[in-house]
Design a protein around this ligand. Structure first.
Ligand code: IMP
Ligand code: ZN
Length: 335
């Protein structure tokens, strides 16, 4: 099967983690007036498995240094969208954390990303893109609340583009309960919630709180089966799980592709989406993630079509957009 040729749906991709080496090089040259000096795009990638999440998070600093002004941030966004389109991704929910730098406010950051996506509607007509602003847990509660308010404000100008809120960032030394108010405010204004959850072992009580709070989709859910109670609740609530196999392997949270929790979820006929997380940092693509899952779990062509159609249902696209995407996928598999 030619995995690149199949129409794909990407629901979990972080902008600053999705920059290819080529993009990193281009942004570096833009920042340092054509100089290659000091460039080490490979330092940005996770080559081998890292011992923990914290070391993975250090990798994002490299991209963040290059997307610190609106011009380069916009370029990064356009390049990432083009790369996904080249991989035959027909629908993308891109997420990114509004980040203030010396040169721009968080508001400028978010507006720049929205404008870049708008521009791509013309330059990349083969891909429909939505935006999910992220809350970085490590930046604290006040910033989280401000980011929700900012998202609400900018969404007035881009109502069809901004569809949800993501909770991400390093979960170490943070408490989910602190973010409930901000997330509830997001939910109250009609934003969907896609929350990273159970990324590290030993967080059963937090996982329970998050399940009780509820969400529209769960990012990773790696350690949901650490307790029977959380596993059962996940299945009962049928919260779709965004599975990013190589990301989990390279961050050392899953020991092998065979042992990835997507296996148990598929066996339970639970809705899953196969995603990249950070295609640049983890040196992957959505085609490659689907191929890895297909080969590891012996997924037939029909099973891949079924997962793709389910992923469309899990997306935050409008009903008419979902129906158009389903027709496109259906037609491809009947060719
Ligand atoms: P950005 O939001 O576009 O800057 O993308 C990079 C950011 O996404 C990182 O700094 C993290 O906050 C977040 N991120 C990327 N991958 C993960 C993950 O696997 N778990 C939690 N947060 C992540
Ligand atoms: Zn993620």
């Amino acid at each position: 099967m030619d995995y690149k040729s199949i129409p794909k749906i990407e629901l979990h991709a972080h902008l600053n983690g999705s920059l290819s080496n080529k993009n990193i090089l281009e942004l570096h040259q833009l920042k340092y007036q054509g100089s290659d000096q000091g460039i080490n795009a490979d330092a940005y990638k996770v080559q081998k498995e890292l011992p923990d999440l914290t070391q993975c998070f250090a990798k994002f600093k490299y991209a963040h240094e290059l997307t610190d002004v609106p011009e380069r941030l916009g370029r990064a966004c356009e390049n990432v969208i083009r790369d996904f389109q080249e991989d035959n991704v027909v629908y993308l929910e891109l997420r990114t954390t509004p980040r203030a730098t010396e040169h721009m406010s968080r508001e400028t950051y978010l507006a720049t990303v929205c404008e870049a996506i708008r521009k791509c509607e013309k330059t990349c007509p083969g891909i429909l893109v939505k935006l999910i602003p992220s809350i970085d847990r490590s930046k604290g509660v006040q910033v989280a609340e401000e980011n929700v308010e900012l998202t609400r404000k900018i969404r007035e100008k881009y109502p069809d583009l901004i569809v949800g809120i993501d909770l991400s960032g390093n979960p170490e030394n943070t408490d989910f309960r602190d973010f409930r108010k901000a997330l509830q405010a997001a939910r109250d204004c009609g934003l969907k919630l896609a929350l990273h959850c159970a990324e590290t072992a030993g967080s059963v009580s937090e996982n329970l709180e998050m399940l009780e709070f509820g969400m529209d989709r769960m990012g990773h859910g790696t350690f949901m089966d650490e307790s029977l109670e959380t596993w059962k609740m996940l299945l009962e609530k049928r919260i779709p799980v965004e599975c990013c196999v190589r990301s989990n392997l390279k961050c050392g949270s899953v020991s092998s592709a065979e042992n990835h929790h997507i296996r148990k979820l598929l066996e339970a006929q639970h809705p899953v989406a196969i995603c990249t997380d950070d295609s640049g940092v983890f040196d992957t693509s959505l085609s490659s993630e689907i191929e890895l899952c297909a080969k590891t779990f012996k997924l037939s062509r029909d099973a891949i079509e079924e997962i793709t159609l389910s992923t469309i249902d899990q997306s935050f696209a409008s009903p008419s957009e979902k129906s158009r995407l389903k027709t496109l996928v259906h037609d491809f598999y009947r060719k």
